[in-house]
Design a binder for this molecule. Structure first.
Ligand code: SAH
Length: 257
């Protein structure tokens, strides 16, 4: 049997947002290496497996990446069915791509199982459609956190006309606000900050670009949280659009008839 590792997305937190394929991988796993942001409730699907926690706990330092990779390799080479379980989707800011390449480079077969990424789940939980005809023609998932502290192309983001979904942004609200304002985004652009998306303790703070940090501070925003920035967050836009479509409907029916 070929050595194989499953890189599995556990979704944003709600255990019901696991895919059937993730459940199957968990059911078959002998070793499950679990990240911090994974809801431990999903482990109900793998009572047979040895579970190894490899995330950072209680603000301690994270388990070094190289150690995690070697551990996966060792278990896979010993012929065990290894599931590497990550929050959200493994390949959205989850190092899934890096781990897959490294494992494949060591002769290990890798199968990636998608999970629902926090940005998509958070928006949905708050009733925000990330794309909306006539309002937003796309969505950009990005992180404000870079390894080398390089700056994002704020101008391109501010003027691109897509909804922005920012991960790992809680400690960088000032840079985000400044960057987007300097890039030309309107100060009144609505923002939703969504903490613990899809979990019972989910909280949401509605704000606008110019007031980003002040509102987040008053709200006590804490990680993990995502930021959704764009006109789709403005409730009046969504409501107005719904009215417009309702008004369109009889006309369309008449044309068809
Ligand atoms: N692979 C994950 C992202 C990992 S990066 C995914 O696809 O969702 C970690 C960041 O994800 C956090 O800093 C936060 O910005 C976001 N995040 C993860 N889970 C979250 C949740 N339940 N609610 C809000 N943000 C979350």
């Amino acid at each position: 049997m070929n050595a194989k590792v499953w890189l599995v997305g556990a979704g944003p937190g709600d255990p019901e947002l696991l895919t059937l394929k993730a459940v199957r991988a968990l059911t078959e796993a002998q070793v499950v290496m679990i990240d911090d942001l994974v809801n431990p409730a999903v482990l109900a699907h793998c009572p047979q497996a040895r579970v190894i926690a490899v995330g950072k706990r209680g603000g301690c330092r994270s388990t070094p990446q190289a150690f995690i990779q070697r551990l996966m390799l060792r278990h896979a080479r010993q012929g065990r069915c290894v599931v590497r379980l990550k929050g959200g989707d493994p390949c959205i800011f989850g190092r899934g791509g890096e781990e897959a390449l490294w494992l494949q480079g060591h002769g290990i077969e890798v199968e990636v199982v998608n999970g629902i990424t926090a940005g998509l789940a958070g928006a949905t939980q708050c009733g925000i459609p990330l794309t909306l005809r006539g309002v937003s023609r796309g969505v950009t998932l990005l992180t404000a956190h870079t390894q080398d502290d390089s700056e994002l192309d704020w101008q391109a983001l501010a003027r691109g006309g897509t909804t922005l979904v920012l991960y790992m942004g809680v400690a960088r609200l000032e840079q985000i606000r400044q960057g987007l304002l300097e890039g030309g985004m309107a100060p009144g652009t609505p923002v939703a900050m969504i903490e613990n998306a899809s979990l019972p303790q989910q909280r949401e703070c509605r704000s606008h670009l110019a007031a980003l940090e002040a509102d987040a501070r008053a709200f006590g925003l804490r990680s993990p949280a995502i930021l959704v920035i764009g006109e789709v967050v403005r409730p009046s836009v969504v409501a107005a659009l719904c009215r417009e479509r309702a008004a369109e409907r009889p006309r369309q029916l008449m044309h068809q008839g």
